[in-house]
Write a protein that binds this ligand. Sequence first.
Ligand code: G3P
Length: 219
Amino acid sequence: MRIFLDTANLDELRKAARLGVVSGVTTNPSLAAKEGTGDLKSYRSVIQEIAGIIDGPISAEVISTDAAGMIREGRDIATWHPNVIVKLPSTLAGLEAIATLAKEGIKINQTLCFSVNQALLGAVAGTTFVSPFIGRLDDEGHDGMELVADIVKVFKEYHYPTQVLAASVRTPLHCTQAAKVGAHIATMPYKVLTQMMHHPLTDIGVARFLEDWNRTMKL
Ligand code: G3P
């Protein structure tokens, strides 16, 4: 499973990049606004800076809600950098935009996916990635991971090349489970990435080895 960072924060991204495991980035209007990049010009420059840090797919999301607007924005976003992926929502208008832009060879991340049917239609229309939102489904009392597993199963069954990008990842357990059900990618906040590598027994073990070494050296 590939690891993407879900952020528009350049400091976090630089720290994460040093760990050598991040091969892509996802952003959305909320994450961009959080970093004060809530206008198109600064969103574009942040995406370009991100592309200079991580050499892999970088998702940038449209804000239009109608198909014509999404298509116009998507064509523009696709020119920002060769690694940019246009993020489009799982709506009827989004589906129309996916179909149009995919035919033009533009790579798409179908976002805000909450059902197998949405994922299925996106795959048929030619989306490159589909992003089921695990945490937000869990918030509503559903099982977000079950959706990821179902989409993986359906795509395998029909040999769709669309990759399943587990999103709205909130915990290290989400990462483990996403890997177990066969998600191609998990995108996560920096904090979750660091939590993935943490184990208290590792810390205790490191401290104990050091104590033993120091005791021996003093003898
Ligand atoms: O990857 C999608 C993500 O940005 C949404 O996460 O935690 O706001 O549901 P969250």
